[in-house]
Design a protein around this ligand. Structure first.
Ligand code: PLP
Ligand code: MN
Length: 386
């Protein structure tokens, strides 16, 4: 027997359609379909009523079935953060993908140019060397790309500083008119997405996007119109909608809402998303004193944005905390000394601290409704980080 046959014969999927949720093998990612569908609809409706395009970020889910649900709801396309991440989505027929990031090197340019032979592809640039490599790759592949110049609006990650720098790149792009087209700007500020206070976050969004507004104005003065201005995330979306700056929003985490986003305050006029993503774990050892040991640690959930929440009856547990993550173990602690612990073998549900890197740890997500498994979706772009 080949090792791969042994794996599939001895290790079935964590769940099958029709299974009871309580019987799902652990650790396994769960998706509450009702909450997920409400999240998808709410963000789409908000973008629609503001007259903006929605291009959800697939870096959060890496899952074709989820991207297809977003497209059915009205998304214009999706974002990917890495060029290889886009491959399964292109293969599945998603027609329009923005790689919302810079890429450098001939291998990546060749890959993107090849993908552009199958779907409408766009990508960010902040240096002429990237533009030249992309043009060369497109010429060889016989394909075309649309470019967004990224501007730095305060995250100090990628992006050029000002309108003159954008103009210089627009001129370089214009030299390759057979291969490349200037589509507009990307202005994303990740640092403010998790500012906890709603009004402090609103102010931070206004300040950061003012820089983008000035660049758009200066470009217009030079006769350059931006067909697209894209940006925004789950934390800023409610405020981005009405700015009159963006033509397109690219939030990702709203489909799931991790514990980090759960700590954000929602503005009175804000968007209220639900926690649809859970990790099913199990008590694997009784542990000592007020502690119990779960079978889910750092190889099943990401904890760099904080520990997961223990989830009971649709809310954060008032009895137990997940206090530390080892590689394969998680430590659960009773809040009150001597309090009841979950039993050995009992399922314990967790809201992951940070959704994107958590999805990257799993092959599949178990989609459920009313206590039953409805589908098991592959996470096709898991591990595709080139
Ligand atoms: N756009 C870009 C460029 C990002 O880097 C991210 C997240 O890191 C997003 C959009 C989506 O943000 P969120 O998942 O917080 O909605
Ligand atoms: Mn994230």
């Amino acid at each position: 027997m080949k090792p791969s046959d042994l794996l599939s014969s001895l290790l079935p999927p964590a769940a099958r359609p029709g299974d009871l949720l309580s019987a799902v093998d652990s650790p396994a990612l769960l998706l509450d379909l009702d909450a997920f569908e409400r999240n998808v609809r709410q963000m789409q409706a908000a973008a629609d009523s503001a007259g903006l395009a929605l291009r959800p970020h697939a870096k959060a889910h890496k899952c074709v079935a989820i991207a297809q649900a977003q497209m059915r709801a009205g998304a214009v396309g999706i974002c990917c953060q890495k060029v290889s991440e886009a491959i399964p989505f292109v293969a599945a027929g998603i027609p329009d993908i923005l790689v919302s990031n810079e890429l450098i090197g001939e291998a990546k340019a060749r890959l993107l140019a090849a993908l552009a032979g199958h779907a409408r592809m766009s990508v960010c640039v902040d240096h002429e060397q990237q533009v030249e490599q992309l043009a060369q790759a497109c010429e060889q592949a016989g394909s075309r790309l649309e470019l967004l110049v990224e501007i730095n609006i305060g995250q100090d990650r990628c992006g050029v500083a000002d309108a003159p720098a954008v103009l210089r790149l627009v001129e370089v792009i214009a030299q390759y008119a057979g291969q490349l087209r200037f589509k507009g700007l990307q202005a994303y500020q990740g640092g403010l997405q998790h500012v906890r206070g709603a009004e402090v976050r609103r102010e931070a969004v206004l300040r950061a996007t003012e820089r983008a507004r000035l660049v758009v104005r200066d470009l217009l003065d030079e006769g350059i119109a931006c067909e697209t201005v894209t940006g925004g995330g789950t934390g800023s979306a409610a405020f981005d909608l009405g700015l009159g700056l963006y033509t397109e929003l690219q939030p990702g985490s709203y489909v799931f809402m991790d514990a980090d986003y759960g700590r954000n305050e929602t503005a009175d006029d804000g968007l209220r998303f639900e926690h649809s993503l859970l990790l099913a774990s199990r008590v694997m050892s009784e542990g000592t004193g007020d502690r119990a040991v779960l079978d889910a640690g750092l190889k099943s959930l990401s904890a760099e944005s904080g520990m997961p929440w223990v989830w009971e009856a649709g809310s954060p547990s008032e009895r137990w905390d997940y206090v530390s993550a080892n590689d394969e173990h998680g430590i659960l602690q009773c809040r009150t000394p001597g309090g009841a612990k979950p039993r050995l073998g009992e399922q314990v549900l967790l809201v992951p601290g940070h959704c994107d890197p958590t999805l990257n740890l799993h092959d599949a997500i178990v989609a459920h409704r009313a206590g039953r498994v409805e589908a098991v979706w592959a996470i096709e772009a898991r591990g595709l980080s080139r």
